[in-house]
Write a protein that binds this ligand. Structure first.
Ligand SMILES: Nc1ncnc2c1ncn2[C@@H]1O[C@H](COP(=O)(O)OP(=O)(O)OP(=O)(O)O)[C@@H](O)[C@H]1O
Ligand SMILES: [Mg+2]
Length: 269
């Protein structure tokens, strides 16, 4: 017999990467998120879409506990990452961010060498990070840059400053690369292609596809074509609420809600 927790093979399904329950968030007195319930599956790419101001970035930042830096943010509800409540008193934000890496809209490399950018997070998260042997560090740098398809382009200038002379596309790939040595399980991406030209967008999208087997990816996008092409599941938000969460094909072809249909057909947002 197969109940809700058994797949047809009898094996339990993999735990969701992220489980959000009854999550609400206020900026001061303004409520930005309402009763969010969402399970983001392990090993898939899930895109998060919806009109400007609907709370996509707020939700993404909540998963990495970035909003709480603002003193006037208040939350209620639960977010679990692989079964662990991220707001539990024993969870340090730094420890959470080791497992959940974030890529922002504007590429934000540090004004240090390409090599040191890639090693930066690793050094923070690993005790011996500051005392890495040169050969070990070289291996980490090469592997991360190869994974983001940037190695051939930068291998001869690893000691150049990352903020000088790299295209936006290369900088964004570098910002993804620097997350990888920390070995996160989940990558959150907030419109990672929005600052890029069409060629750069295509290249970074290709990279996201390359990463899909190794990471669970939750990506915010305004680009319907990107959501459709590049994700397995899709979440549509409106005014601080999740309206619909479905396999991407289903959400685009046979949306269950009128608002979803209106949005994906470009009638608002
Ligand atoms: N730091 C903040 N302080 C106060 N209000 C905020 C803050 N950040 C966002 N908001 C408000 O919360 C709501 C959701 O914003 P959010 O940035 O999450 O939307 P979004 O869906 O990411 O929009 P966009 O598509 O434009 O990036 C908006 O009304 C916004 O004005
Ligand atoms: Mg946003």
């Amino acid at each position: 017999m197969s109940g809700p927790f058994l797949s047809s093979s009898g094996a339990p399904p993999p735990e969701p990467a992220i489980r959000i329950r009854e999550f609400n968030l206020w900026y001061g007195t303004f409520q930005a998120l309402f009763d969010i319930n969402l399970e983001i599956k392990n090993g898939l790419i899930t895109s998060l879409i919806g009109p400007s101001g609907c709370g996509k970035s707020t939700l993404l930042r909540s998963v990495d506990r970035i909003n709480e830096r603002l003193g006037y943010v208040r939350i209620r509800g639960s977010i679990e990452v692989f079964g662990q409540e991220i707001h539990a008193p024993q969870v340090e934000p730094a420890q959470l961010r080791k497992q959940v890496g974030m890529v922002f809209q504007r590429p934000n490399p540090l004004p240090i060498s390409i090599r040191d950018n890639v090693l930066f997070g690793y050094r923070i998260h690993h005790e011996k990070g500051g005392r890495l042997a040169r050969s070990e560090a070289d291996g980490i740098v090469e592997e991360a840059l190869r994974q983001v398809l940037l190695w051939d382009q930068v291998k001869d200038r690893l000691d150049h400053k990352a903020t000088d002379g790299l295209s936006l596309e290369a900088m964004q790939k570098l910002c993804i690369a620097r997350l990888l040595p920390v070995k996160p399980s989940i990558l959150l991406m907030d419109e990672p292609c929005s600052a890029l030209d069409p060629r750069g967008t295509a290249a970074v999208e290709e990279l996201i596809w390359e990463l899909r087997d190794r990471y669970s990816i939750l990506i915010v996008t305004h680009n319907m074509a990107q959501a459709r092409r590049a994700s397995d599941e899709c979440v549509f938000m409106l005014m601080g609420r999740v309206v619909e969460h479905a396999p991407t094909d289903q959400l685009f072809v046979t949306p269950a809600h009128r608002e979803t249909a209106d949005y994906i057909e470009g009638r608002f947002g």
